[in-house]
Design a protein around this ligand. Structure first.
Ligand code: PGA
Length: 251
C-alpha cells in the first residue's frame, strides 16, 4: 500500500513573512489529518522560515528546484547541500522550468541523482503539451520523459522517488484532465514504464501524483484512480482551503 502524498507547489509566491504567516495558519489543520503525507514547497528564500514554523509537525517542506553540484561557481543556483536539513523534498523538472528556463531531460536526470545522494526525495515532473496531446503523442512523450529521468538509477533509488504527471495544458488553466484520462496515462506511461525499468515491486512502491488544476472539489476523483497516489497542487495550495483539499485526498 502506498501512502497518499499531496504537495503544494507555491511557485513564485509568498515572501518569507507571508509564507511563515500562512503556514502558521494552516499547520494545525493539516497536522490533524492522518493517513497522508503532506508537504509545502515555498520559494527558496521562504524555506527557512517555513521549516522553522513546521518543525515538530508532520508536514514536510520541499524546494521547487536545485542545481546538481554541491557547490562552486554557479551564479544564482542553490545546491542540494544547502537544502539538506531544511527540506525533505525537491520538485525537479517542473514544466515551467523546462519551458521557461531551459531544463532538459539530461539535466533533470543529474538533479535526481544529486538529490538522492543528499537524501532529498525528488518529485519528478513529467507531462505533455497541448499540441502533443492533440497529436496523440502523449504516451510516447511522457514515457520518454520517465525513461530519461530515471536512467541509470538503481531500484532502491527509484523506489524513493515521487513522480508528478502534470499535463501542461492543465496547469493553472482550470482545465484539468479527467480522472480517468489521468489515471490511464499514469498507468500506461509512468507506472508501466517503471515496471519495465525496475521490475514490478519497485514500480508499485513509487508514488505517482497527478497535477494540473487540482482543487478540493476534484481531488477525490483523482484519488479514486488505482495508480494515482496524490497530487501536486499549485494555485489551490496558496489558500487555507488547501486543508480541505488534503482532507479530501486522505479519505
Ligand atoms: P496548478 O499547478 O494546480 O495551479 O494547475 C500545478 C503545478 O504546476 O504543479
Amino acid at each position: 500500500m502506498r501512502t497518499p502524498f499531496v504537495a503544494g507547489n507555491w511557485k513564485m509566491n509568498k515572501a518569507p513573512d507571508a509564507a511563515a504567516a500562512f503556514v502558521r495558519e494552516i499547520a494545525p489543520g493539516l497536522n490533524a489529518i492522518d493517513g497522508i503525507d503532506i508537504a509545502v514547497c515555498p520559494p527558496f528564500l521562504a524555506i527557512p522560515a517555513v521549516a522553522q514554523v513546521l518543525g515538530g509537525t508532520t508536514i514536510g517542506v520541499g524546494a521547487q528546484n536545485m542545481y546538481y553540484e554541491a557547490g562552486g561557481a554557479y551564479t544564482g543556483e542553490i545546491s542540494p547541500t544547502m537544502l539538506q536539513g531544511l527540506c525533505r523534498y525537491v520538485i525537479l523538472g517542473h514544466s515551467e522550468r523546462r519551458a521557461l528556463f531551459g531544463e532538459t531531460d539530461e539535466g533533470v536526470n543529474k538533479k535526481i541523482k544529486a538529490a538522492l545522494e543528499y537524501n532529498l526525495t525528488p518529485i519528478v515532473c513529467v507531462g505533455e503539451s497541448l499540441a502533443q496531446n492533440e497529436a496523440g503523442e502523449t504516451q510516447s512523450f511522457v514515457s520518454g520523459q520517465v525513461r530519461a529521468a530515471f536512467a541509470g538509477l538503481d531500484s532502491w533509488q527509484a523506489a524513493v522517488c515521487v513522480v508528478a504527471y502534470e499535463p501542461i495544458w492543465a496547469i493553472g488553466t482550470g482545465r484539468s484532465a479527467t480522472a480517468q484520462q489521468a489515471g490511464e496515462i499514469i498507468r500506461t506511461s509512468v507506472r508501466d514504464v517503471l515496471v519495465n525499468m525496475f521490475g514490478n515491486d519497485t514500480a508499485q512502491a513509487i508514488r505517482i501524483q497527478y497535477g494540473g488544476s487540482v482543487t478540493e472539489g476534484n481531488i477525490a476523483d483523482y484519488m479514486g484512480q488505482p495508480d494515482i497516489d496524490g497530487a501536486l497542487v499549485g494555485g489551490a495550495s496558496l489558500k487555507a482551503s488547501f486543508i480541505d483539499l488534503v482532507r479530501a485526498a486522505a479519505i
